[in-house]
Ligand binder design. Sequence first.
Ligand code: HEM
Length: 384
Amino acid sequence: PITEEQKSIIKSTAPILKENGKEIASIFYKRMFENHPELLDIFNQTNQKIGTQPLALANTIYFAAENIDNLEILMPQIKHITHKHRALTIQPEHYPIVGKYLLLAIKQFLGEKSTQDILDAWATAYNIIANIFIDLEKKLYDELGPTEEDKGFVPLIIVKKEVIAHESIVALTLERPEHGKMFNFHVGQYLTIRIKKDGNFHNRHYSLTRPFDGKIYSIAIKIENMNEIKGIVSNEIINNYNIGDTILASFPAGTFQLVGNGKHHLFIGGGVGITVLSSMIHELNNQGKSNDVILIHCVQSEDYAAFNNELKAILPQGHYQLFCKDQRLGKDTLNKILKSDTQVYICGSAPFMDKIESLLIEYGHPSSQIYVKAFQPTLSTTKD
Ligand code: HEM
C-alpha cells in the first residue's frame, strides 16, 4: 500500500511532470520504443508527438494517488481508459514495460533532484493503478467470449463505401467474413480500426454511426489534411481501401452513452462530431422517442452536414436545426429548446465542445446533465 508520505511526494512532484510533459514524453517514448519496437504498432503517432499521451498517463497516476482512498470518484475516467486499452488490445504484460520506462523518464528528467523516495512513491502508485486497470480490462476481454481471436483485431470486409458530405466524409459499412460473430454494442461506442502502412500498424477509433442490427457496423471517416500525421489511418482507408477489401478492427468499445432514464435529449454536433450523435438519435427513434429529441448541427455550410437527410426524416418538424458558419448558437435558441430536465450531448472539435459547454453552464444548465464526447486523451489536462 501507498503511505501518506508517498502520496505527498507524488503531489509535490506531479506539477513538475505536468509542466514538462512534452520533454518527459519524448524521453519515455524514445527509450521505450528503442527497447520495445513492437509497441509502435499500438501507440498513436499523433498523441505521442504532441505529448498528450504520457502526460495523460502521469496525470492519471497522480489523480489516482491523490484519491487512493476513494478511487470510486475516478471510476468514469478509469472505465473510459480501460475501454480504450481493450480496444487497442493492451495486455497485462505491457504494464511493467510502461511502468519501467515511465519511471526511467521521470528519473532522467529530475536528474539530481530525483531520489529513491520519489521513485519508490511513483512506482508504488503506478503498481496500484496498473493492477486496477489489469483487473477491469480482464473483465472486458472476458465479455468477448471464449474465442481468443475475438479478443484482438479481426478482419472485416468493406461492403459499402460512399461519400456522404462535401467530398469530405466517407461512410463505410463493414461485415465479418462468412457471417462470423459480430458483437452487440450500445450507441455512443466506437470501432477501432487498424491498418498497416510503412511497416507499422496504425490504429484509430471511429464512432459507430448506427445502432446495431445484428449484421453490420457503420462508421464515417473524415478526410484529413494530407500533411497532418493525424490523418494516417483515415486517408489510407479513403485512398486505398475499396468495397470487397478487408480491414482489421477490434470489437466495439467506449463508455459514452445515452442517459437511460433521460426524458428530453438535446444533441449538439460540430461538423463530423455528428457521427456518434447520429447513432444515439437513431436509437431513440427506434424506441419511439423522437418527439423528445432535438438536434443542433453546426457546420461550415449545408453541404458539409453529414446524415442531414436521414436525420431530418426521422425527427419531427423543427427538431433538426442546422447552424451554418456565421450563425451563432446563443441563449435565445437555448431558451426555446432547453427544459430543466434536458440531457445534453455534445460532440465536435475540442474548442467547439468547450464553447458549447461554457454557453450551457453560463445559461444555468446543470453540468450533471451535460455529456461531452472527448477525443483528446482523458486527463491529459489537469483541471484545478
Ligand atoms: C491511452 C492511462 C498503461 C497504451 C491512455 C489514456 C490514459 C492512459 C489516460 C488516454 C485515454 C484516452 O484516450 O482518453 C494509462 C495508465 C496506465 C496505462 C494510467 C498504467 C497504469 C498502458 C499500457 C499500455 C498503454 C501498459 C500499452 C503498452 C495506451 C495506448 C493508448 C492509451 C496505446 C491510446 C493512446 C493513443 O493511441 O493515443 N492510457 N495507461 N497504456 N494507453 Fe494507457
